[in-house]
Structures are given as C-alpha cells and as structure tokens.
Design a protein around this ligand. Sequence first.
Ligand SMILES: Cc1cc2nc3c(=O)[nH]c(=O)nc-3n(C[C@H](O)[C@H](O)[C@H](O)COP(=O)(O)OP(=O)(O)OC[C@H]3O[C@@H](n4cnc5c(N)ncnc54)[C@H](O)[C@@H]3O)c2cc1C
Length: 459
Amino acid sequence: MNRKSRDIERRSRLLVDGRRGAGPVVYWLSRDQRVHDNWALLCAQQEALIRGRGLVVVFCLVTDYPGGEQRSYHFLLAGLAELARQLAELGIGFVLLRGDPALALPPWLHRIDACTLIGDFDPLRLKRQWQRRLLAEIGIPFIEVDAHNVIPAWIASNKREYSAATFRPKYRRLIDDYLTDIPAVIRHPHPGPAASPPLETDRLLGEVTGRRAGPVNWLVPGETAGKAAVETALNDRLPGYASRRNDPCGNGQSNLSPYLHFGQISAQRLAWRVSGAPLAEEDRQAFLEELLVRRELADNFCLHESDYDRFAGFPAWARQSLDEHRGDRRPYCYSLAELENGGSHEALWNACQRDLVATGKLHGYLRMYWAKKILEWTSEPEEALHIAITLNDRYSLDGRDANGYTGIAWSIGGVHDRAWPRRLIFGKVRFMNEKGCRRKFAVDDYITAVNLNHRRDRF
Ligand SMILES: Cc1cc2nc3c(=O)[nH]c(=O)nc-3n(C[C@H](O)[C@H](O)[C@H](O)COP(=O)(O)OP(=O)(O)OC[C@H]3O[C@@H](n4cnc5c(N)ncnc54)[C@H](O)[C@@H]3O)c2cc1C
C-alpha cells in the first residue's frame, strides 16, 4: 500500500457494507466544505479510481438548522458556490439536495445507482442522528472519514478525556505520524453526471428561516479567502501570539475559526504551515496547543459525552457544587431577551454582546467572561447553558460547533477544568469578573472600540 492510500485508510472507517451500484462514487460533504486538503474527497476519489467510476459531491441544504441564521448560511452558501465551480474544473460533479439528509439522500442515491457513499465524521448529535438513519436506508457501503481533525477522533482517544492534561500525552504520541503534507486531488478521469447549474445563493438565502443575524462583511467566505486568511495570520497575527492572544484589543488571534468551523480550510494544512513557518517557538507551540490539542479535545468531549450541551454532561464535582448553590440569592437575574439586547448592568458585558451581534465573533478571552456572567445572572445553570448556547450559536460565525459546546461547558460547568475555591452561585466552578479583565487588558478601550465599530458595522 502506498503512503497516500495508507493515509486515507487510517482516517476512514467502513460503517456499513452493502452491494455497490453501477453508478458514480458519491461524497456526501457536510462538515468539511473544501476541495483541497480534504481526506474525505481524496478517499472518494481513490474509491472512484479503483472502481473506474465518476465522482459526485452532494450537499444537503437544511434551511432551518438549529441556530442557523442568514449570517452563517451566507458564509456557507458562498463557500459552496466556490466549491461547486472548483469541482467542475476537476471533472467532479456537484449536486445540492434540499432537506433532511436521511430523507433526501436515499432516493437520490438509488436513482443514480450509486456505487459507494463517503461521508464526513461529525460528533454532534443531529449529524450523528442523520447518519444513523441514513445508514439504515442506503444498502451500499458507507465509509466515514475524519477530515476535520488531524488525528481521527476515534483514534486520538477512545474515551471522554478528563482534561487537556490527560488528552495531551496521548495526542503527542501520535501527532508526528499524522501531521504530514496532504496529497492533491487530481482531475477526475471518469465522467460523472452532467454539470449542475451554478448555485443561486441569493434565492437559497431567502429560504433560510433564521432572521436575527445578518451577514457580516469583514470576513470573505470560501476556500480561496480562507487560504488568504491563513497567510495573513502567519504573517501578521501569529508573531507574538503567545503574549498577545489574550488581549482583545491586540488583534492577537488568528480569526480563522469561521473557516475552520465550515471546513473551508484544513486544520492539518494550517498546522503543517505553522510547523514550518519562521515563527518564534513559543508562538508556534501556543498556537498549535489551541489548534490541535484544545480543538480536538472539544471533538473528544462531544463524541464521548452525549450530554455535551446539557447540565448532565458536567463533571460530578461541578454538578454537585452547582446544585448546592442553586438557592443562592442572585442580585441580577436577566432573561434571554434582556441579555440578547446587551441590557445587563455591566458595560463590558454589554459591549461583548454588541460585538458578537455586530461582527459574529467575540474574542476568545472575552468568551469565557461572557459565558461565566450568564451563569451568575440567570436563575439556574440549565437556564445559563441554554442562553449561552442560543446566543453563541445564533450570532457566532463559528457557532454550532463542538468548540462552542465545549467552551460553554468549560465556562459554566467546569468541563476540562478543576475545582476552585467555593463562591456564591458558582460553587467550585472557576469565577471571572470585570475586575479580572481590567488586570489583563484595557477594558475601556475595548468598550469604546466596540461602540465605534458597532455604529460603523451595523447591519
Ligand atoms: C464560552 C465559549 C464559547 C466558545 N465558542 C466557540 C465556538 O462557537 N466556535 C469555536 O470555534 N470556538 C469557540 N470557543 C473556543 C475559542 O474561544 C475560539 O475557538 C477562538 O476564540 C476562535 O478565534 P480564533 O480562530 O481567532 O482563535 P485562535 O486563538 O487564533 O486559535 C486558532 C484555532 O484554535 C482553536 N481554538 C482556540 N481556542 C480554543 C479553545 N479554547 N477550545 C477549542 N479550540 C480552540 C480554534 O479552532 C481556533 O480557530 C469558545 C470558547 C468559549 C470559552
């Protein structure tokens, strides 16, 4: 077996076998929305070459995805339009189906007499439900590929990890073997179905039900723009990352999470580039810790903890401690609507919320403070979790992501953290407040900047 086949094989698993049809190989693309550096597409192409078949990529558009808004669909659809054009140049078909994949895919696969189905790995509940229902219907082999993580989530660890400290050593043992260059997808030699018409993104956007968060214009969607954003990050943002990343006024984060969330860039390609870039070693290591260990730990949590977005998913010490503090008096208690409108008593929190609503991205350090205040200012932890997830998924371009559910569970429920000295409401969950933020960065400058940006970027 050559190196490429081995690399594809160890990122893939046959979930169900069946009788191959006489038609093309199909890649059901969902989490990894890119042409290049995509192990799932490479796997599909390899299967098509071995069988001498055409190759088609299919995407199922669900216009009422939970938390999905005009903002996120705008990013997604623009990326898909570019992807369809790039695939056509490579002789690979693209088809957009509408609705629940478990209902839309089986009759279509049957109609084209599909040979084999390849699909993206995704640890989130709804995606796994789609996949489970689909597998019962298709009757052809289905191969799942983890093209999102550098080390496939099922290989990195086979259980829910307690913290980064337990995950890191396992991850480090494998990473040098997995962090390689990625082969190129080739022009496909076997004809597939006739080319689809270009995607009518504006019309499709009109069908999306979420109307609270409009598109943003500071970040250009798509694979080409994602690659350019990687270059900007390497040149301008990662030098100094170790010291600047926690300063929301310092432009010290890469801003790549929306591209990573939609799979418009490959985390492996990014990590490969960072590994070889002329960066200070402390910046390189600090960035790779977030991109690899923390990001893939989030997938580990969502894969192995079915309650990743519920109180029941918090560690026992945190549940017990939060339970003991349910009766604590809460001087401030806000509703979802009050918080959504940035109507708390704290100027910094309101600025965070306005920033999130206006731009679709809140700085990583502020995300922790933002979520912890929601715990402090709502009636119970379950309500805090619901509000934080609703707002994060609704307004963040990178929301609806394993990283989001894990980051919120860390902030509100101590997931991957340890017990801290007991406090009112928080119990032993780590506390954060505005005073702490003032020790870290120029809070008033941030509030002023948000107010100015907010006026400029209002949609
Ligand atoms: C309450 C809360 C909510 C969050 N919601 C999301 C979310 O919806 N989507 C999301 O992608 N991330 C989320 N995070 C994690 C983190 O804050 C973001 O990944 C990061 O701020 C994205 O900005 P960046 O790409 O500029 O980050 P950079 O600092 O440049 O990091 C590069 C990449 O590393 C990964 N990364 C960085 N920090 C973390 C982290 N703490 N955990 C896991 N991966 C990390 C991300 O993929 C990120 O894009 C959340 C964290 C918290 C505390």
